[in-house]
Design a protein around this ligand. Structure first.
Ligand code: GDP
Ligand code: MG
Length: 438
């Protein structure tokens, strides 16, 4: 396809970090439209994502561009807002991340917390460029708020005591990052995006530092995203969530991270080892954005899987094979001896993350599944009662367990470990394992 300036695509940004650091609040704040000015440049809340067109970005960063010298090359920015970092784990195909840039949120009053470290590991594994939002600066004692201001201007207006507290806390955070092997520097002191991680102080309550954060995202994506990435090209699409909606049936929420989807395109979602095609009608949509797809037979679509369009010259079976290869890697995680715990997760991405973790921890796995835990999953885990009683359990990662399944598990003596955070699940299981092997 011809590459012209109108075919640039928007980069995709994910927000990660420990619980309660302000991820949701930050996004709410940048989404907030100025009531007096009405609609702020067409910010649209989409399925699982918010799209910021470049005009909205220009408005939000105006305090930092008083002389008008800033260049804006991207057409907009798509911020994924499904909660937690499941969205980040999902935005991945065959080892590469579809998330172009991430914001790691750290509470300046708390420093690095367990999930911050987990997020850091994910970001490094995926080689995703990221910035750190040092959030909640307004909580420093005596902070005087200047709503939506440029951070450095706000800092200059604080008392000496506040400035000193800020310096102390920043220094501590920098040290904590150094312990993780990372060079962190305040973004305005950062001379090399490639070598150092930028810290951008923010408040999701007062809006201070948010212009700085958005500007940094713009500059970083413009500098670090290759030209190839910037152009609309091959279709890249990932299923974020499979949802049943009353009156509509099963729908899938997808992120279109590159390419164009047309009405009537024939798509192949990944199903549970049974293969069937589906026909989808949708108006033409261009990357990057989040869309809901309505189609028959979506019940078995798997969150985290890729979605492909069958072109006129494509062999549908070949495309299916390609998608299925994503699952094969996961199947390889299953212990050949037939002994092991069962693992159930909400999406392909989270299952993959959990399996990696279990592998490192040398906990064998005998079965995997995606989605809610049903009776059949309990029955499968029960086969372990005779082989290795201590492994007759299911690690349920971010999935509901239905009532009958819960009852059956109780009856048969199958332990269920439930958690939304990998290391909680892992801790619970190792504690139990130590107890019974005593
Ligand atoms: P998440 O779990 O990371 O999504 O965190 P939330 O956005 O839900 O925020 C957790 C709590 O911290 C909420 O009570 C927010 O109001 C509060 N909070 C978030 N950002 C800030 C901030 O910049 N300043 C202050 N003072 N509170 C904040
Ligand atoms: Mg939240």
């Amino acid at each position: 396809a011809a590459r012209n300036k109108d075919d640039l695509r928007s980069p995709i940004c994910c927000i990660l970090g420990h619980v309660d650091t302000g991820k949701t609040k930050l996004l709410d704040k940048i989404r907030q439209t100025n009531v007096q000015e009405g609609e702020a440049g067409g910010i649209t809340q989409q399925i699982g994502a918010t799209y910021f067109p470049v005009d909205a970005i220009k408005t939000k960063t105006a305090v930092l561009n008083k002389d008008g010298s800033q260049e804006y090359k991207i057409p907009g920015l798509l911020v994924i807002d499904t909660p937690g970092h499941e969205s980040f784990t999902n935005l991945r195909t065959r080892g590469s991340s579809l998330c172009n840039i991430a914001v790691l949120v750290v509470d300046i009053m708390h420093g690095l917390e367990p999930q911050t470290l987990e997020s850091l590991r994910l970001l490094r594994d995926r080689k995703t460029p990221f910035i750190v939002a040092l959030n909640k600066i307004d909580r420093m004692y005596g902070w005087q708020a200047f709503p939506d201001n440029d951070f450095r201007d706000s800092l200059a207006k604080q008392s000496r005591a506040v400035q000193r507290e800020f310096e102390d806390r920043t220094q501590k955070t920098i040290l904590a990052f150094a312990e993780q092997g990372l060079n962190a520097v305040l973004y305005y002191d950062n001379k090399s995006f490639a070598r150092n991680v930028s810290l951008v102080p923010t408040s999701a309550i007062t809006g201070e530092g948010i212009p700085d954060m958005i500007m940094l995202l713009v500059n970083l994506t413009q500098q670090r995203m290759s030209d190839r990435l910037m152009y609309l090209s091959e279709l890249e699409c990932t299923v974020l969530e499979v949802k049943v909606i009353e009156g509509l049936g099963t729908t899938i929420d997808v992120v279109l991270s590159n390419g164009i989807l047309h009405e009537g395109d024939r798509i192949v979602p990944l199903r549970e080892l049974r293969i069937k095609s589906a026909y989808v009608h949708h108006s033409e949509v261009k990357a990057a954005l989040g869309v809901k797809i309505l189609a028959p037979d979506l019940e078995k679509a798997i969150a985290g899987s890729r979605l492909m369009v069958v072109g006129p010259d494509d062999d549908e079976d070949e495309l299916m094979d390609e998608i299925m290869s994503d699952l094969t890697t996961l199947m390889n995680a299953i212990d050949k001896s037939g002994r092991g715990v069962c693992v159930q997760a909400s999406t392909l991405g989270s299952l993959e993350a959990l399996l990696e973790f279990l592998k490192v921890s040398k906990i064998p796995v005998s079965g995997i599944n995606i989605g809610p835990v049903h009776q059949k999953d309990i029955k499968r885990a029960a086969t372990m009662l005779e082989k290795a009683k201590e492994l007759a359990c299911i690690l349920c990662f971010d999935v509901p367990v239905d009532k009958e399944a819960e009852r059956l598990a109780e009856e048969m003596g199958i332990r269920l470990f439930k958690a939304d955070i990998i290391y909680h699940l892992f801790d619970a299981f190792t504690a139990y394992n130590a107890e019974i092997t005593e």
